[in-house]
Design a binder for this molecule. Structure first.
Ligand code: PRP
Ligand code: 7HP
Length: 177
């Protein structure tokens, strides 16, 4: 079936306004740097770029690659590290930057891995949170938007690797099978 045009769910303006607010809150909570922003590839790349610029505290930017969705719309349940950190986070304040928390499988796995590396503090910032879908409890300190159980794309989020470059976050009206 041919998908219809994506329906805008959160506009670029709504996203940017909320990220400015999140950046202010994070800057207040971490008055001293360096704050290590660890973005989870690939989905968080765009959120990281905007959030980092909204934070006044000196930051260091790091990436970790994790994948659990493959080409589908539900988590495979098997989390794979596709790229590890290049630096030690021991004794540093670390903020994990995610695009979306859905089942919580990815982040509960990642928190486990990161805690073993003995950061001074470890928190999570996510642009989107789908609490209805949670299978594993995850404490998220900064949430951009809580959203219902709809599969969203754009602003870094993909369906089978497509749509990541959209400026808005959209819902596929007629998702391809
Ligand atoms: C997506 C998203 C989160 C994860 C959230 O990643 O970026 O990391 O799923 O889902 P969960 O809470 O159910 O684990 P994905 O595995 O699709 O990889 P990607 O970021 O490369 O698109
Ligand atoms: C992962 C994911 N990727 C894109 N859109 C969603 O709604 C998603 N939930 N979990």
């Amino acid at each position: 079936m041919t998908p219809t045009a994506p329906r805008i769910f959160l506009s670029e303006q709504q996203i940017q306004q909320r990220i400015r607010e999140m950046g202010e809150q994070i800057s207040q909570d971490y008055p001293q740097g360096p704050l290590y922003l660890v973005a989870i590839l690939k989905g968080a790349f765009m959120f990281l770029a905007d959030l980092a610029r909204a934070i006044k505290t000196p930051t260091r930017i790091e990436f970790m690659g994790i994948s659990s969705y493959g080409r589908g719309k539900t988590s495979s349940g098997q989390v794979r590290v596709t790229k590890d950190l290049d630096v030690s986070i021991e004794n540093h304040n670390v903020l994990i930057v995610e695009d979306i928390v859905d089942s919580g499988v990815t982040l509960s796995y990642l928190l486990n891995v990161m805690e073993q590396r003995k950061p001074k503090s470890l928190r999570i910032a996510t642009l989107l949170d789908k609490p209805e879908r949670r299978l594993r409890p995850v404490k998220v300190s900064y949430v951009g938007f809580q959203i219902p159980d709809e599969f969203v794309i754009g602003y870094g989020l993909d369906y089978a690797e497509d749509y990541r470059n959209l400026r808005d976050i959209c819902v596929l009206e007629q998702p391809p099978n």
